[in-house]
Design a protein around this ligand. Structure first.
Ligand code: HEM
Length: 267
């Protein structure tokens, strides 16, 4: 059964989009470093973190484009200007980087709060818990699930040789549910204390390409949760779980198309 599930690992599958976490668990437990569709797939927190902050991998595409843009705006040499396609790509990247992710974080976090009413109740009683709730939401249901690196030299990961030029898919969502890194990883707990020994979640990346807008995004989500849980009344899902639809335009972003809620009476 396990081998069968592992063999069918397919990030495009509707089932995976709906709930990737069972598959991540199988991968972490059976093949934490494996090759599929021509690239290595990593699911353990320690491996993902090591790739993000190690010097053996490159996040080539974006820095190359950003460098070219910098050269263009500072009067770079002839021909060193963005063409239309590159400019459009950067616009799309900024939109995805800043908007889709933040929107998805607020939706995923609110959904987790609605599905765990006791956690929502904590927030209602003390809206100052909104900050920790955002941190836990990022870990529990990360808006950016996947990112990629290219090995710039041969490197060993989890007993496997990743050769220079090979691509590595980093499953941030899987790393953030790794029981080696987080106690009770599948529980949503906004009062989760992070002892000094607990590593940070990787929802905002790590190392030199860690998220530039993470502080802004967390502030936005904190304000959103605080406002929602200060409303007089109780928030409840307005539709059954089976009616929720996950976005399917981007492979790397996990977010709902919409999340209808009801605000029920004051109490
Ligand atoms: C909850 C919201 C957000 C999430 C989950 C998120 C997640 C991430 C992650 C995981 C990375 C690292 C990707 C990698 O290493 O391959 C990243 C990088 C980046 N993020 Fe965010 N992000 C969010 C919001 C934002 C916002 C609001 C902005 C801009 C205002 C932004 C701008 C960027 C940029 C420019 C990078 C690239 C940094 C670099 O390559 O050096 N992000 N983000």
């Amino acid at each position: 059964m396990t081998a069968e599930v592992t063999a069918r690992f397919n990030p495009f599958a509707a089932e995976f989009r709906r709930d990737p976490y069972p598959m991540y668990r199988v991968l972490r437990e059976t093949r934490p470093v494996h090759k599929t569709m021509g690239m290595w797939v990593l699911t353990r927190h320690a491996d993902v973190r090591a790739v993000l902050c190690g010097g053996a991998f490159s996040a080539a595409l974006i820095p190359a484009l950003v460098s070219r843009q910098a050269a263009a705006t500072t009067g770079g040499t002839d021909g060193d200007r963005l063409d239309d396609e590159e400019a459009a790509f950067i616009c799309v990247m900024c939109f995805v980087a800043g908007h889709e992710t933040t929107k998805s974080m607020i939706g995923n976090g609110l959904l987790a709060l609605l599905r765990h009413p006791e956690q929502g109740e904590r927030l209602r009683r003390d809206p100052r818990q909104a900050g920790p709730a955002v941190t836990e939401a990022l870990r529990y249901d990360s808006p950016l699930q996947l990112t990629k690196r290219v090995a710039i030299r041969d490197v060993e990961i989890g007993g496997h040789l990743v050769s220079a030029g090979e691509q590595v898919l980093l499953c941030l969502g899987a790393a953030n549910r790794d029981p080696e890194a987080f106690g009770r990883p599948d529980e949503f707990d906004i009062s989760r204390d992070a002892p000094a020994s607990t590593p940070a979640h990787l929802a905002l990346g790590h190392g030199m390409h860690g998220c530039l807008g993470g502080a802004l995004a967390q502030l936005q989500a904190t304000v959103a949760f605080e406002c929602l849980y200060r409303l007089p009344g109780r928030l409840e899902p307005a539709v059954p779980p089976s009616a929720l639809e996950w976005q399917d335009r981007s492979l790397i972003v996990r977010g709902l198309k919409r999340l209808p809620v009801t605000l029920r009476g004051d109490s």
